[in-house]
Design a binder for this molecule. Structure first.
Ligand SMILES: NC(=O)c1ccc[n+]([C@@H]2O[C@H](COP(=O)([O-])OP(=O)(O)OC[C@H]3O[C@@H](n4cnc5c(N)ncnc54)[C@H](O)[C@@H]3O)[C@@H](O)[C@H]2O)c1
Length: 346
């Protein structure tokens, strides 16, 4: 394979920087005309940059600094205004009626998303969800934008999930981000006695339901051609076993989600649809309250299992989901991001 940087995308910008011992400066790359990272480019074509093309608001970072001239406009930071911004994006969040799903949905709205659709089982959203929607609507500068929407749906129903995705696409004209957060955790059940029906139930929600949610959004991302980001909520329990907890179905389901993301990422990369997992450690939500509020000794035990010496709060996942959903992570796909207070590091 020939590799001529001078005649392809990495044309040298000049000799001045080289003469001062700096690395060779590269000309800014071509821009791409939409969100979600560089367009996949065929190899070895003379007019295609090897790293894909710059975002529409590019160049950014060092490339912007090198392009800037002393008499040009005063530079302004792009990191939060552009790369992390979800302005005008549309998202689907399963399990968004409460807990981690609702926390993440609000984070996407705060990052500028035009509409975030929360899909969950109840026919109507809970009081907490309504309060969060009201709060989002009242945020300064958000009048009429940044909607939280509620859709009643069961992630185990593939046809229903695809229809929810289709309806969002028809209404909004795009679908850019998806968080598959719906999940269930059962009581301790001995692995040698584990009943088939209960094992299937957990797999149906935590594995099949995650796939159907990712499909619902991914099909729309493909339809509109803007790329997208799919975030599957796995768990540290997909790669470690929680000490003294008989959770074979939950742990197995989360392992499946880790591999689902890698597999989908490899298929969907050429369409600029990224698929990653987020694996939280112990976070205090209704799911874990079922244990912590009935067996108070577990709080100190779980806290002692990570170097931070505490369990986590749902809001401590706001930054990572915004990063994963946004252009700030356009080269990240097929990855598992562990946010566990260091539980894995002992
Ligand atoms: N809380 C933690 O410590 C923790 C840690 C790691 C991973 N997780 C994962 O994060 C996700 C969210 O958990 P959480 O702690 O917010 O729990 P939660 O129980 O508060 O929320 C889960 C939500 O999923 C919804 N849901 C369940 N089955 C559904 C179905 N069939 N269709 C649609 N919605 C359904 C529930 O109604 C609920 O609103 C889960 O996938 C969970 O496994 C949680």
């Amino acid at each position: 394979m020939s590799f001529s940087i001078r005649t392809r995308a990495f044309a040298l910008a000049g000799s001045a920087a080289r003469s001062k011992g700096c690395p060779r400066a590269l000309r800014p790359l071509a821009r791409f005309n939409h969100h979600h990272g560089a367009a996949a480019s065929p190899p070895n074509t003379d007019n295609q940059p090897k790293t894909g093309v710059q975002p529409s608001y590019g160049p950014i970072g060092v490339a912007a600094a090198l392009k800037h001239t002393a008499n040009g406009p005063t530079p302004s930071p792009t990191l939060f205004k552009d790369e992390f911004s979800l302005a005008d994006r549309v998202a689907l969040v399963s399990g968004g009626n409460r807990g981690l799903g609702l926390e993440m949905a609000l984070a996407l709205v705060e990052a500028g998303a035009r509409a975030v659709y929360c899909v969950d089982l109840p026919a109507e959203p809970c009081e907490e969800w309504l309060k969060v929607r009201e709060y989002a609507a009242q945020m300064a500068g958000k009048a009429g934008a940044g909607r939280l929407e509620y859709v009643s749906g069961n992630v185990t129903d593939q046809a229903a999930m695809w229809k929810i995705g289709q309806d969002i696409g028809d209404k909004e004209g795009r679908l850019d981000a998806c968080i598959a957060a719906a999940g269930v955790l059962k009581d301790h059940t001995n692995c040698l006695e584990y009943p088939a029906s209960q094992f299937r139930q957990v797999m149906d929600v935590n594995v099949n339901g995650v796939l159907f949610t990712a499909q619902a959004a991914g099909r729309q991302m493909d339809r509109f051609g803007n790329g997208g980001s799919i975030i599957l909520i796995a768990s540290m329990s997909g790669s470690i076993t929680n000490k003294d907890h008989a959770w074979v179905s939950y742990n197995s389901s989360k392992s499946a989600v880790l591999q689902m993301a890698r597999s989908m990422a490899c298929e969907l990369g050429p369409k600029r649809i990224r698929v990653n997992t987020l694996s939280p450690g112990h976070i205090y939500t209704n799911m874990t309250a079922a244990y912590l509020d009935t067996q108070p000794h577990l709080l100190a035990k779980w806290a002692s299992l990570n170097p931070m010496g505490r369990i986590g709060r749902p809001d401590e996942l706001r930054g990572v989901v915004t990063w994963l959903a946004s252009d700030a992570s356009t080269f990240c796909t097929g990855s598992d991001i562990i946010v566990s207070g260091g539980h894995h590091s002992w």
